[in-house]
Design a binder for this molecule. Structure first.
Ligand SMILES: NC(=O)c1ccc[n+]([C@@H]2O[C@H](COP(=O)([O-])OP(=O)(O)OC[C@H]3O[C@@H](n4cnc5c(N)ncnc54)[C@H](OP(=O)(O)O)[C@@H]3O)[C@@H](O)[C@H]2O)c1
Length: 302
């Protein structure tokens, strides 16, 4: 399949890129930085140097695309607006193939739209987004609505991603190596998590399943508590780091609405991903700490 990928240099997008290339897709990746573009080209992608907020920079690369996978997100005050505009641009570029097959659009959301879960939440669970992602449901809905206009649309809600050397869990590994780990609130909350390569695998499966549309949760369903994750990481080191539980009001002052997202207590289930044959190859952070440290160190060396 000819796939246009945004965010291919990012944490989620690079796992997706690897999985799509492994599955034999021809991927054109939108990249901001020419140096990073060269790295993606070396991995087997075609690249277009451009910017989400400037559709002219990548419009020609979208011609003839059978699927768009959108994983880019700009962490800036303009991030939400750029995401909204990008969804419109990318959706409007998709036209049915000569065979009549509908083109596919896969959007990357996240499990924080669910809010605290009172019971295990599958895709039917009503949402209750924390303030940090209060904007996100409208973007999900825009994508889902486009499914009525001849586009196969999918919204992926990954758990907190682990593996490699980026993201929230890698930050914990880094903090541990630096001797001080920080937990937002009492740490009894559970994080839904997913291994980066397993996340990439779901995107590849979604592309290959013509009937797949709608919302897909993706997490390893281990329901690990933040304290257990932090303790497992700390216990692995010969010099145990200090662990500081930061009261939520203080965390809000320092991190803003992000603090409440990190303090969410969530149990999430991914039945629709499993129905596609998806299964996590790695389950649990606590059981895989040595491996995660090794991946973290390798990632920082390369
Ligand atoms: N990481 C997680 O644990 C997690 C969990 C659930 C959901 N998600 C969601 O997944 C999405 C991606 O997250 P991530 O962790 O992969 O973030 P990330 O590592 O920061 O990657 C963001 C990607 O977007 C690209 N990008 C940013 N602004 C751009 C712009 N203006 N034009 C073109 N490309 C642009 C970045 O390119 P550069 O390399 O040039 O910066 C990078 O490739 C987000 O929507 C996030 O909320 C992430």
């Amino acid at each position: 399949m000819r796939v246009f990928l945004t965010g291919g240099t990012g944490y989620v997008g690079s796992a997706v890129l690897d999985a799509l290339l492994r599955a034999g897709h021809r991927v054109t990746a939108l990249v901001r930085d020419p140096e990073k573009a060269a790295r993606l080209t070396a991995r087997g992608a075609t690249t277009v140097v451009g910017e989400l907020g400037a559709p002219k920079t990548f419009a020609s690369a979208l011609v003839g695309t059978e699927a768009v996978v959108h994983t880019a997100y700009e962490m800036s005050p303009r991030g939400v607006e750029k995401d909204r505009d990008a969804i419109e641009t990318l959706l409007s570029s998709l036209t049915p193939a000569a065979s009549g097959e509908p083109p596919t659009f896969i959007y990357t959301s996240g499990i924080w739209v669910l809010g605290n879960t009172t019971k295990a939440a599958d895709e039917e669970m009503p949402i209750d987004p924390v303030a940090h992602v209060a904007w996100r449901p409208a973007h999900e809905q825009r994508v889902l609505d486009a499914g009525q206009n001849g586009v196969r649309t999918v919204v992926v809600r990954p758990g907190i991603v682990y593996g490699g050397s980026r993201g929230i869990v890698s930050d914990l590994l880094k903090d541990a190596l630096n001797g001080m780990m920080r937990v937002i609130g009492p740490g009894k909350n559970r994080w839904p998590t997913v291994y980066d390569r397993d996340l990439g695998d779901l995107y590849a499966r979604l592309l290959q399943a013509p009937g797949a549309s709608g919302i897909y949760h993706v997490n390893d369903e281990t329901d690990e508590r933040v304290n257990d994750i932090v303790d497992a990481i700390a216990d692995h080191l010969s010099q145990r780091p200090d662990i500081r539980h930061m009261p939520i009001p203080e965390a809000r002052r320092k991190l803003g609405t992000y603090a409440d997202a990190l303090a969410l207590d969530q149990r999430v289930r991914s039945p629709r991903a499993k129905a596609l044959g998806w299964a996590p190859t790695l389950s649990s952070i606590t059981a895989n700490v040595p491996r995660l440290f090794e991946e973290f160190r390798r990632g920082n060396r390369s």
